[in-house]
Design a protein around this ligand. Sequence first.
Ligand code: ASP
Length: 323
Amino acid sequence: MLKTFIASACAGCVIATGAVAQEFPSKNVTLMMPYAAGGPGDTITRVVGNGMSKVLGRQFLVENTAGAGGTIGTAKVAAAPPDGHSLLVMHFGHAANTALYPNLRYDAIKDFEPIGMIAESPMAFVARKDFPARDFKEFIASLKSGKDKVTLGHAGIGSASQLCSLLFLSAIDTMVTTIPYKGTAPALNDLLGSQFDFMCDQTLNVLQPVKADMIKAYATTTKTRIAAAPDLPTAAEAGLPGFEITVWFGIYAPKDTPKPVIDKLSTALQEALKDPDVKSRFAASGAETVATERATPEALRAHLKSEIDRWVPIIKKAGVQAE
Ligand code: ASP
């Protein structure tokens, strides 16, 4: 009797999830970007959301619940109904936060269904317009001699800007005074107003003001120079051999989202990443959409695991921890 009941309940489940997938999306989809509006994460989210919206015929709305290195917005999606209408866009901080925040209200792997990777975005070291150093070597020298008089802005512990600074400051063996923001959009505003000295941020956010001479750039963080700013040296060539960091973004649903819904979202993501508008918006600021085979649940799952393995020892060694 019990067996019969389970069997028929299960058959019902299959029909139900099949129907859910067919009808999906039955309303607008919310993309959580857990950093401030107007920043690089927000730009990536809006561009990819527009692309997916063209494929699926529903609006993809962006919600910015910022703070605590993206963990507040991430926790919100972990607790959302698993029907594919509440999704998370997050960068490699999703991996790093597992080591940085001892009291996370979610498990970065178990509480999410990966949909696929989106893009990779280079970073650059930028400073207020009137910062005296003329090149990357002088910049490093002035940090080392200025130490705690020099001020660094970042988007909170676990943000890309903080993780880049962590690697950089440990590579040059120095410490500076840091100012956390809810995203690099508000940080950039303050840098434009010379309220602090420097930051390491995604080219998506800083390339335009650099080109408009509103802030200074010293180096990119990529292995090779980027096409969008060919005159800017890499940190490795300008004085820090081997230094490299690139931000990658992925898109996730809450755990237990039906597989047919995940597959539909993943296919829409792959289509969106081939959209010339999406590609050119990313390319103009140095970011690059990933190849189709990386915009899949399997590729994102594997990459997230390998990034957790990569970041946990770096963070433990640096002895950084959020409250
Ligand atoms: N992605 C963050 C933002 O959009 C910045 C960061 O992670 O550094 O503001």
